[in-house]
Design a protein around this ligand. Structure first.
Ligand SMILES: Cc1ncc(COP(=O)(O)O)c(C=O)c1O
Ligand SMILES: Nc1c(O)cccc1C(=O)C[C@H](N)C(=O)O
Length: 395
C-alpha cells in the first residue's frame, strides 16, 4: 500500500500548480500539518524584520511613522488581505487580537441593530474565546446571549435578534458553515451576520462582499502565515462603516488623532476600527509574509486543500487498522474546511508519538487528532507520509 500511496502522491505533486510556492517557506524534514494553528515561516520575513529593526527603528526612529509608512500600515495591510476575503479595498483594518476584534464587531453590531433587538445568537461550537467575548458583550449591552448549533440560526433568528456570531470553519471538526445561506437568513430576519474567519481565510474563498457579510474578524497567524501573535483583522462592510460605533474608540481611530482633542470624533471609513498604537514589528512581518500570495489563486488553494484532505482520508482508510479512528470532519466538500479531524482513543498520547516521529498535527480535547492542510506548502507526499506514520503508531 505505502508504495502505491507514495507513487500516487508523487503523481499528484507533479501536477500541482502550487508546488513551487512551498519553496517560499522555511520547512525541515518534518511533515508540518499544524498550519491551522501556526503557519510556517515565509523565507522573506526574517530579512525584512531585521531591516525594519536596523533601519526603520534603528536609524529613522520616530520618522518611520510617516517615512516608512508605519502609521498607515493597519489599513494598507488590511487592503493586502482583502482580496483573500473577497473584499474590495477600504473595508479591512489590521490590529489587535481576534478576541479584541470580536468584541468590537459584536458590540458594534448591537449598536447598529437598533431598538428592540436585544438578542445575540452564537454558534455553540465556536472556538471558546468567541463565546466568552459574546457573553461579556451581551452583558454590557443589555442583550441576552443564546448559543445554538449554527444550522439552527435560520429558524431561531427573529425580530429581537441583533446579530449572530458564527465561526466559518469549526476549529475542532473542520466543518464549514454555510456563510452565504446563514448570512441571507440573518438578513431576512433583519439581523446582522458577524463571521469569525480564523480557520477559513487563506484556505478557501470567502467572498465577503458578494455574500453581503456585515462584519467579520480573523487571525493572521494560521493560513496567512503572519507569525506568532500576528495582528488580527476586522472587516466592516462599506455601507455600515458610517454607523459603526466602536466600543474601543482609541486615539488611532480619531478623525484627527494628532489634534489631541478631548472630545472623540470617529475617523471616516475602516480607520474607525483601529484602537491604539499598532504592533509594528508583527504588522510588517505579516505584510512581508503576505507576499507569498502574489500570483496565487484562492480557488487553486481550495481545490488543492480538498484534494489533500481526500487523499489523506483515502490513505488513512487503506492503512489504519479498522475501528482505531473515526473521521469527525464531513466528507462532503461543501461542508469541509482545510483540516481533517479524527477522533481516536488516547488521542493525546497518539499525537505525542506522531510528533516524535516527525508528523506535526495537534490534539484537541477530549479525543481529536487534528491535521491541517496548508496548500501553499503541504505536499501530497507529506499527506501520504502522515497517514503511513499514523497507521504505524496505531498498529
Ligand atoms: C476561531 C477562532 N477564533 C479566535 C481565536 C483566538 O484568537 P486570538 O488569540 O487572536 O484572540 C482562535 C484561535 O486562537 C480561533 O481558532
Ligand atoms: N493562538 C494560539 C496560541 O496563541 C497558542 C496555541 C494555539 C493557538 C491557536 O491558534 C489555537 C487555534 N485557534 C485552534 O484552532 O485551536
Amino acid at each position: 500500500m505505502s508504495e502505491t500511496a507514495a507513487e500516487r502522491a508523487a503523481a499528484l505533486d507533479a501536477r500541482d500548480e502550487l508546488a513551487p510556492v512551498r519553496e517560499k517557506f522555511v520547512l525541515d524534514g518534518c511533515v508540518y500539518l499544524d498550519g491551522n494553528s501556526l503557519g510556517a515561516l515565509p523565507r522573506q520575513v526574517p530579512g525584512r524584520v531585521a531591516d525594519v529593526i536596523a533601519h526603520e527603528w534603528g536609524e529613522l526612529r520616530i520618522r518611520s511613522w510617516e517615512e516608512a509608512g508605519w502609521w498607515a500600515a493597519p489599513e494598507r495591510v488590511g487592503d493586502r488581505i482583502a482580496p483573500l476575503l473577497g473584499a474590495a479595498p477600504g473595508q479591512v483594518v489590521v490590529g489587535d487580537s481576534t478576541s479584541v476584534n470580536i468584541f468590537k464587531a459584536v458590540v458594534g453590531a448591537v449598536r447598529m441593530a437598533g431598538a428592540g433587538r436585544d438578542e445575540i445568537l452564537a454558534d455553540e461550537a465556536s472556538f471558546p474565546t468567541d463565546g466568552y467575548i459574546a457573553e461579556s458583550a451581551a452583558r454590557m449591552t443589555g442583550c441576552t446571549l443564546r448559543a445554538l448549533p449554527a444550522e439552527r440560526i435560520p429558524d431561531e433568528a427573529g425580530p429581537r435578534t441583533a446579530l449572530a456570531l458564527i465561526n466559518h470553519v469549526d476549529y475542532r471538526t473542520g466543518r464549514l458553515n454555510d456563510l452565504p445561506g446563514l448570512t441571507a437568513a440573518l438578513h431576512e430576519a433583519g439581523a446582522l451576520a458577524v463571521w469569525d474567519l480564523c480557520h477559513s481565510a487563506g484556505a478557501l474563498p470567502v467572498r465577503l462582499d458578494a455574500h453581503g457579510v456585515d462584519l467579520a474578524v480573523g487571525c493572521t497567524y494560521k493560513y496567512l502565515n503572519g507569525g506568532p501573535g500576528a495582528p488580527a483583522y476586522l472587516y466592516v462592510r462599506e455601507e455600515l462603516q458610517a454607523c459603526f460605533d466602536s466600543p474601543l474608540p482609541g486615539w488611532n481611530s480619531h478623525a484627527v488623532p494628532f489634534g489631541m482633542d478631548a472630545a472623540y470624533a470617529p475617523a471616516d471609513g475602516i480607520t474607525r476600527g483601529r484602537v491604539g498604537t499598532p504592533d509594528i514589528l508583527s504588522m510588517l512581518a505579516l505584510e512581508t509574509a503576505l507576499e507569498v500570495w502574489d500570483g496565487v489563486r484562492i480557488e487553486a488553494v481550495r481545490d488543492k486543500s480538498l484534494a489533500l484532505g481526500d487523499f489523506f482520508l483515502e490513505c488513512v482508510e487503506a492503512s489504519v487498522p479498522e475501528g482505531r479512528v473515526r473521521c469527525v470532519t464531513p466528507r462532503e466538500h461543501r461542508l469541509r474546511g482545510s483540516q481533517v479531524a479524527l477522533s481516536c482513543a488516547d488521542a493525546g498520547k497518539v499525537m505525542t508519538e506522531l510528533i516524535h516521529r516527525g508528523v506535526i498535527g495537534d490534539f484537541r480535547h477530549p479525543d481529536v487528532l487534528r491535521f491541517g492542510f496548508t496548500p501553499l506548502y503541504t505536499s501530497f507526499a507529506d499527506v501520504a507520509r502522515a497517514a503511513r506514520v499514523l497507521a504505524e503508531v496505531l498498529e
